[in-house]
Design a protein around this ligand. Structure first.
Ligand code: ATP
Length: 301
């Protein structure tokens, strides 16, 4: 079982010609609404990749929250464990430039309402050998409580600390698999090259460190050393969700399909290359049969 504990949001994506500067107003294209949140995204992709996913997030008692719950249910995820926060459902505004690059502004009030003791109780339902995957949207105390409880119970810990906060570095000693992009790796390790960063992060106590490098692929660092996997050369439409696709497939590859680190990394890269060729968040994720083909599994009926 893979417990994905994170956020679920309403995403509004808008195309922009240039990035706004302070004090400037710019005109955007018509907004497109999609389910989002790194927690929801990674849970959906991991489930499509065959993982036995249990997803927990907090939503508001509002129309957006009901829309999010319906969207998750239509993905086949159990929504009974969604928590209702005394705040609005979290949302993200996503701006996408003509090169497919994005800039995102998110609210996290619902996610911050999840308390450390709630997280400990959730982890208490897991068994040794299960996995917990968290991102950067919960409070530092809740995230720390989840990893500490998991460590005590022999549960594998996966961390994608995005958005990165001060204090995430102190959690690294409790993390088995860390996935960060280049900027996050630099901030966490205060090194100046991704390769140096991956090594520094392993020295901080992480068992397997993966640094994603956008169109340049990803590096993987474990006890056997440092490995690089190139990204597919593709026509980029919108990179939103690439990191989440990568994380979801990597988690399923490592723990559900028991792939080697390098094989799971290759699968994650191929899946993320599909996502960058499509617009949207959920709308851009590879389908079950596409991921199955990548994982070389029998395609689902
Ligand atoms: P995002 O926030 O846009 O979802 P991220 O910053 O978390 O992404 P990236 O390093 O940009 O993470 O991308 C994650 C992975 O997606 C990369 O390691 C790569 O496999 C794939 N990817 C990203 N950009 C491209 C691209 N231009 N071409 C092919 N693959 C890509």
């Amino acid at each position: 079982m893979l417990l994905v504990l994170g956020n679920a949001t309403v995403d509004e994506a808008m195309g922009v010609e240039t990035w706004p500067s302070p004090g400037q107003t710019i005109i955007a294209g018509a907004p497109k609404r999609d389910l989002g949140g790194k927690g929801a995204n990674q849970a959906i992709v991991a489930a499509r990749a065959g993982a036995d996913v249990r997803f927990v997030a907090a939503i508001g008692n509002d129309a957006d929250g009901r829309w999010v719950a319906d969207a998750l249910a239509s993905e086949g995820l159990n929504v009974d464990e969604l928590m209702i926060a005394a705040t609005a459902t979290d949302r993200s505004l996503i701006f996408i430039d003509p090169n497919g690059e994005n800039a995102i502004v998110s609210t996290v009030n619902a996610s911050l309402s999840i308390k450390p003791d709630t997280v400990e109780a959730l982890v208490g339902d897991l068994a040794a050998g299960d996995q917990i995957l968290m991102q950067g949207n919960l409070s530092l105390d809740a995230t720390r409580a989840g990893f500490a409880a998991a460590r005590r119970a022999g549960i594998h810990t996966l961390f994608n600390p995005s958005p990165l906060h001060a204090g995430h570095g102190e959690l690294l000693g409790m993390v088995d698999v860390l996935v960060v992009n280049e900027g996050e790796a630099r901030s966490l390790s205060q090194e100046f090259s991704a390769v140096a960063s991956a090594k520094a992060l392993r020295d901080a106590g992480v068992r397997e460190v993966i640094v994603t490098l956008g169109g340049r692929g990803a590096v993987f660092c474990d006890a056997s050393g440092l490995h690089h996997v190139s990204a597919d050369t593709v026509e980029v439409v919108d990179t939103t969700g690439a990191g989440d696709t990568f994380m979801g497939v990597l988690a399923a590859g490592l723990f559900t399909h028991r792939m080697t680190g390098i094989a799971a990394l290759r699968a994650a890269s191929l899946a993320a290359a599909i996502t960058v060729q499509r617009a949207g968040t959920l709308a851009s994720f590879p389908a079950r049969n596409e991921i199955a083909a990548i994982l070389k599994l029998k395609a689902p009926a």
